[in-house]
Design a protein around this ligand. Structure first.
Ligand code: ADP
Ligand code: NA
Length: 329
């Protein structure tokens, strides 16, 4: 390829993406389309790890794709597809799982967190091997860059280790990817518990979802946890709630945190919250509207996904053939 390649994905585990997904990942994806050959997937096989209702999974897969498009992923320039439409993901994952140490996989902190919440009986083998499937997603496309949030750093590191391991054993077989993590927005915090990352498994009131009603967004921002102090300044340690609000505003408005602090000098937290609500609603409302249109005409969406899967498959097939050949299959 003449341009370097970017690959990333999200799980269709909810009807809406949240502000963490949006600022940590999706917005970067949109920007990277200009300079990279971009491939973006809705990783529905990954979503099976949480045992979803089949109808929910089917709807959420489409609606997640619709949110990528509505946020600016351009199917004329970028490939967009559902992971399960390209069977090579699961095939490469098996090969990689045989190259991954059990101890190595056991050290993944996201697995440790999620499995400790679910208990041994509620934890599937799929959740355990999730990072291996993610490595397959990335390596299948000879990916150079993987734009993600901070929570994915360790998983990208595993993908790199696996790529280097295959190459060391079998010659130059796959490309070694790099994570792209934008520092300012790498971790957006829960509004109700601003020391924890915003997540769909966190506090309901701490979440800002792309598909939320503007009234709900405003209400959640109004009740965001701050501190007993009254000064608006950026200090992650002493003022995590206020710092998170400043981060969100700055990322969406393009105004630097320093300029915001100057602008809100002498004002109250309530003023900052009103301003944050305005920028969040301003960003999400048009996306939500466009998702509604795309979901109302599934033919257009299905055509984009079918086209993306066909093109992704031609790349994936070639990579898998190379790996199979290298390992003796
Ligand atoms: P979730 O973490 O909500 O379950 P995924 O695991 O599908 O969603 O993550 C999709 C993308 O969103 C990943 O790149 C992840 O790093 C990013 N992301 C998730 N939560 C946050 C957050 N709170 N702040 C920044 N990025 C995030
Ligand atoms: Na995540």
């Amino acid at each position: 390829p003449t341009r370097p390649r970017v690959f990333s994905a999200m799980q269709p585990t909810a009807d809406s993406l949240h502000l963490g997904n949006y600022l940590g990942a999706l917005r970067q994806w949109v920007a990277l389309q200009d300079d990279y050959e971009a491939i973006y997937s809705v990783v529905d096989l990954h979503a099976l790890t949480v045992s979803p209702d089949p109808a929910d999974l089917r709807r959420r897969s489409r609606q997640t794709a619709a949110q990528y498009l509505a946020a600016g992923v351009d199917p004329a320039r970028s490939l967009l597809f559902l992971q399960s439409h390209v069977p090579e993901h699961a095939q490469l994952a098996w090969v990689l799982s045989c190259l991954t140490g059990f101890g190595e996989a056991s050290r993944m902190t996201q697995f440790k967190d999620k499995s400790s919440r679910q208990g041994a009986e509620g934890t599937t083998v799929g959740l355990f091997t999730y990072p291996v499937l993610m490595a397959a997603d990335i390596l299948l496309y000879d990916t150079d860059l993987v734009p993600v949030g901070e929570d994915q750093r360790q998983h990208i590191e595993l993908a790199r280790d696996l790529a280097q391991r295959i190459n060391a054993r079998h010659g130059d077989v796959v490309r070694v990817p790099e994570a792209s993590i934008v520092k300012a927005t790498a971790k957006i915090y829960d509004l109700a518990e601003p020391t924890a990352k915003m997540s769909k498994s966190g506090h309901v009131n701490g979440l800002l979802e792309v598909m939320d009603d503007p009234k709900v967004l405003s209400k959640r921002i109004r009740s965001a946890v701050t501190d007993a102090d009254t000064v608006i300044r950026f200090d992650r340690e002493a003022k995590p709630g206020v710092s998170n609000l400043l981060t969100i505003h700055s990322a969406l408005s393009g105004t630097s945190v320093d300029d915001l602090v100057a602008e809100f000098e002498g004002k109250m937290y309530g003023h900052l919250k009103v301003a944050v609500a305005e920028v969040v609603v301003g960003e999400f409302a048009p996306i939500r509207e466009r998702v509604g249109e795309l979901m109302a005409d599934p033919a257009e969406l299905d055509e984009i996904l079918a086209d993306g899967a066909a093109k992704a498959r031609t790349i994936a097939r070639e990579t898998l053939a190379r790996v199979y050949d290298a390992v003796g299959l």
